[in-house]
Design a protein around this ligand. Structure first.
Ligand SMILES: Nc1ncnc2c1ncn2[C@@H]1O[C@H](COP(=O)(O)OP(=O)(O)OP(=O)(O)O)[C@@H](O)[C@H]1O
Ligand SMILES: [Mg+2]
Length: 462
């Protein structure tokens, strides 16, 4: 793609100079306009953005610094280069302070002015690239980066949008690998704080003794080894978001301190005497059932309520199987992009196996299974043979997780029964070589009943 030529505004009261510069720069392929007064220059700037303004410092009606200020106010991305007459270096320095990119002193050679102009425009291009990159990152971590169209994921998206705009703590709960960190990023990058920092602390990975100093920082000499004052992650997250991952792993003493920080919006460094106001939005996540941890006395109830302002539950992958084909496409695309290898597709029988598997490790397990399979497979398609063995021959043992805060006894029973039904149907289909009439006969149900169940459990592809 060729970019539009860059636009340059030349401002000088010497007609010869305007003529010379216009001709020179046009020959380089730029779009150039020339004006002789500050008034005319301001008019042009109000009309349209220029990438670069090249202005004389001394103008009949105003000076280059006024042009500079106006240009930057109207179009902050515009760069300004000043032309000064001999002996006005002082004002050139003043101009640099006011935000000029560079200056040239008269008389100058054509090569000299071209060099300055090209350097200045290089800076404009770089800045533009940074903005584009940032937008790409936001895309990746915005809602656009989240895969899934199931009703359960739609609900998650609605919650993300609502919670992102708010200020209160979000507590994300979900099994390992369900996307808690990704959702935390989506919350941050869709919030009014998206330009601020996103700071992650994995409470499970930090030894108890270091948790306080990690979170709140320490003053020099607070303890042996504290050779310098260090900011804590709470402070680092000022103006942005602090993501407290594996929050259930926080030591009891720290739970009390975190509670205080959340209540008062203030923290104190280890060994510090003054309190510091911190404006960081907190998002917490856990793969434990935090309400159950509270009942067991392992987690403070008051902190739980403080964290649970906006609860967000991420459903396990086995409860949104219809998203599996989307995940497969998404990860295969990504694997091809990152590794530069050819884009591989999944054979129907491999997809069938993936749709039937219960995915205890959720999306992460699926991602890893595909990465491994993409590496192992030799042809264009990934076949069932390339998949990890447990996906092909899942044990028949049931995943009997007990009811927790999110699920009552009735729901648990329904889940277990559904699980059993799914397994029986899968087995029957395997035995019948995917012949549905035969599978229904094996199961002792009507073909219609089997088709109904296949639809209900999203096993349509089996
Ligand atoms: N909805 C989704 N769309 C795209 N990728 C996803 C989605 N959910 C999870 N992933 C991917 O799955 C992997 C695991 O996600 P993530 O690390 O967010 O899970 P987690 O819930 O924090 O897991 P853990 O509890 O083990 O820390 C990541 O590579 C993430 O990009
Ligand atoms: Mg995580």
């Amino acid at each position: 793609m060729t970019e539009a030529p860059e636009r340059i505004l030349v401002v000088d009261d010497e007609e010869n100079m305007v003529h010379f510069l216009t001709k020179l720069l046009r020959a380089e392929g730029f779009v150039v306009e020339g004006t002789g007064t500050g008034e005319a220059a301001l008019d042009r700037l109000r009309d349209a953005p220029f990438e670069l303004v090249l202005t004389d410092l001394k103008l009949p009606d105003t000076d280059g610094i006024e042009i500079l200020k106006a240009a930057r106010e109207l179009h902050p991305e515009t760069v300004v280069v000043l032309i000064t007459a001999h002996g006005t270096i002082e004002s050139a320095i003043e101009a640099m302070r006011a935000g000029a990119y560079d200056y040239v002193t008269k008389p100058f050679r054509a090569s000299e002015i071209l060099q300055v102009v090209n350097k200045a425009l290089e800076r404009v291009r770089l800045r533009r690239e940074v903005v584009q990159l940032r937008q790409a990152v936001e895309q990746r971590f915005g809602l656009a980066g989240l895969v899934g169209k199931s009703a359960k994921m739609q609900e998650v998206y609605t919650q993300i949008e609502k919670f992102a705009a708010a200020r209160g703590v979000v507590l994300i709960q979900g099994e390992s690998g369900t996307g808690k960190e990704l959702v935390a990023k989506a919350l941050h990058f869709n919030s009014p704080r998206k330009a601020g920092p996103f700071v992650v602390i994995d409470c499970g990975a930090i030894p108890e003794a270091l948790q306080e100093s990690e979170l709140f920082g320490h003053e020099k000499g607070a303890f042996t080894g504290a050779i310098a004052t260090k900011k804590g992650l709470f402070e680092e997250a000022h103006g942005g978001t602090l993501f407290l991952d594996e929050v259930a792993e926080l030591a009891p003493g720290l739970q009390a301190k975190l509670l205080r920080a959340l209540q008062d919006g203030e923290i104190r460094r280890v060994g510090g005497t003054k309190t510091l106001r911190v404006d960081a939005r907190v998002i917490a996540a856990t793969n434990r059932d935090l309400a159950a941890e509270v009942r067991d006395g392992a987690f403070r109830e008051d902190l739980f309520f403080r964290l649970n302002v906006f609860p967000l539950f991420l459903p396990p992958l086995r409860e949104r199987r219809e998203d599996i084909p989307l995940f497969v496409d998404h990860f295969l695309d990504r694997i091809a992009q990152d590794g530069g290898g050819p884009l591989k597709r999944l054979s129907p029988e491999a997809l069938r196996a993936m749709l039937a598997y219960p995915w205890p490790g959720n999306v992460r397990e699926l991602e890893h299974a595909l990465e491994r399979a993409a590496l192992l497979s030799e042809g264009e398609a990934i076949t069932a043979r390339d998949l990890p063995p447990e996906i092909l021959a899942p044990g028949d043992e049931l995943t009997l997780s007990l009811p927790g805060s999110t699920e009552g006894f009735k729901e648990t029973m329904a889940r277990v029964i559904r699980d059993v039904e799914v397994r029986l149907i899968r087995r029957a289909l395997a035995q019948s070589g995917s012949n549905r009439t035969e599978a229904a006969r094996i199961l002792g149900i009507s073909r219609r009943a089997l088709l109904y169940k296949l639809k209900e459990y999203n096993l349509g592809r089996l």
